[in-house]
Ligand binder design. Structure first.
Ligand code: SF4
Ligand code: SF4
Length: 341
C-alpha cells in the first residue's frame, strides 16, 4: 500500500491545519470585538489553548500536584495530554500527522527540493550535536516548570497576563517586530535547505513527544527474511535513520511519517505494527501491519477522546466573564510579564 499512507497522512495533516486556521480566524474575530468595544458575535474557541504549550505544561504540573483540573486554559492541558498519549501509543505521529508547524516545515522542504534539486543533509557529527539543542531547551522548560509550586502556578495563570496568554500570543503574530520577523525568516529559509530544520533541531515540544514515543508499542519493523537490502527506506527517511539496518526503529527521531514504508518495493518487508510474530497461523488483525486508515482512526480517536471527555466534564473552556475580557483586552499590548516568584 505504498502511496495510501502518504495520501491518508496528507488528508489528516490538511484537516488539522484547516481546523487550526478556523480556530485562529474565530479567535481573531473574538479579540477584535473586544478591542473595538462591541459585542462578540463568536465565542472564544478553547482550542486556541493548543498554541500555549507552556501553559499546557504548567497546568499539567498543577493537575499532578493538586489532583485538580485548572480553571484557566484547561484546554492547554487537555491537548498537551492528548498529544502525549498519541506519542505513547503511536510514535511521534503528532509531529508528522497533526502539528501545523510540522506540515508547514515539510512543505518548505518540498519547495526547497523543487528550487534546489534536493535538501541538504548535514554531516553526521554536526547533525547529532544540533539535535541535542531541542533536548536542552526541553530540559530548561521542564526544570523551570516542575520546580514551581501549585500556588505559584495559580498566581501566574490568574494574573491578567496569564488570562490573556492566548491574546498575547495572537498579538505576537499580528504585530511582528523586526527581530521576530528576522528570526522567522531565517528559520523558514533554513527549512527550505535542511529538511525539518526547526522540528529536527530546535522544537522542545517535538523533543518531548520523541522521548515519550520511545515507549510506543507500535514501531516501524523490518522483516529481515523478506528484506532485499536495497536501502530505499533509509534514503527516504527524513530523519536519516538507518532503517535498512534495523529490525525495529526505536529512535526518538522517528515520526511515523511512513516515507520508508511507502518507498519499500518489497511487499511485507517493512511495516508499522506491534512486534512481529513469525508464525504460519493467521495473525489476529491487531497484530498485522497497521493500515493507513486504521492509523488515522487511532490518532483521531485519541485526540477526539480527550477533547470530548473535557467538553463533557466542562473542563474545556476557560470560564472568565466577558466583562473581564472587555476590561483587559483593549490594554493587552501594555501587559508586561508579571515575573515568577
Ligand atoms: S523511520 Fe520511517 S517512519 Fe520513521 S521517520 Fe524515518 S521514514 Fe519516517
Ligand atoms: S526498502 Fe524494504 S526491501 Fe529495501 S532495505 Fe528497506 S525494508 Fe529492505
Amino acid at each position: 500500500m505504498p502511496d495510501r499512507f502518504q495520501k491518508t497522512r496528507r488528508i489528516v495533516q490538511y484537516t488539522f491545519a484547516a481546523l487550526n486556521l478556523w480556530i485562529a480566524g474565530q479567535f481573531l474575530l473574538w479579540v477584535l470585538a473586544f478591542e473595538r468595544g462591541v459585542e462578540p458575535t463568536v465565542s472564544r474557541p478553547a482550542g486556541v489553548d493548543g498554541w500555549l504549550p507552556i501553559a499546557g505544561l504548567m497546568n499539567t504540573k498543577y493537575f499532578f500536584s493538586t489532583g485538580q483540573i485548572p480553571a484557566i486554559h484547561p484546554a492547554a492541558m487537555v491537548l498537551f495530554l492528548a498529544f502525549c498519549a498519541i506519542s505513547l501509543v503511536a510514535k511521534k505521529a503528532f509531529c508528522s500527522w497533526l502539528c501545523p508547524i510540522g506540515t508547514l516545515s515539510e512543505h518548505l522542504a518540498l519547495l526547497g527540493r523543487k528550487l534546489f534539486g534536493k535538501n541538504l543533509r548535514l554531516p553526521r557529527a554536526l547533525d547529532v550535536t544540533l539535535r541535542g539543542l531541542k533536548y536542552l531547551l526541553l530540559g530548561f522548560f521542564v526544570i523551570f516548570i516542575v520546580g514551581m509550586s501549585a500556588e505559584v502556578l495559580t498566581d501566574f495563570l490568574s494574573t491578567p497576563y496569564g488570562i490573556l496568554a492566548d491574546v498575547k500570543m495572537l498579538g505576537f503574530f499580528r504585530h511582528l517586530g523586526p527581530v521576530a520577523l528576522l528570526v522567522l525568516t531565517v528559520l523558514a529559509a533554513l527549512s527550505l535547505v535542511v529538511e525539518q530544520f526547526w522540528c529536527r533541531y530546535l522544537c522542545p515540544y517535538g523533543a518531548l513527544m520523541g522521548l515519550l514515543s520511545l515507549a510506543s508499542p507500535l514501531k516501524i519493523r523490518r522483516r529481515v527474511a523478506l528484506c532485499t537490502g536495497c536501502g530505499h527506506c533509509a534514503r527516504a527517511c527524513p530523519a536519516a535513520l538507518a532503517v535498512d539496518k534495523l529490525v525495529q526503529v526505536r529512535s526518538a527521531e522517528c515520526t511515523a511519517c511512513m516515507h520508508c514504508v511507502a518507498s519499500c518495493p518489497t511487499e511485507g518487508a517493512l511495516q508499522f505494527s506491534l512486534p512481529i510474530v513469525e508464525t504460519s497461523a493467521p495473525l489476529p488483525r491487531y497484530r498485522r501491519a497497521l493500515t493507513p486508515t486504521a492509523f488515522a482512526i487511532l490518532i483521531a480517536a485519541l485526540f477526539c477522546g480527550f477533547v470530548l471527555a473535557a467538553r463533557a466534564t466542562d473542563h474545556w473552556q476557560t470560564h472568565i466573564p466577558d466583562a473581564v475580557y472587555r476590561q483587559l483586552i483593549p490594554n493587552a499590548g501594555q501587559l508586561a510579564h508579571p515575573g515568577l516568584r
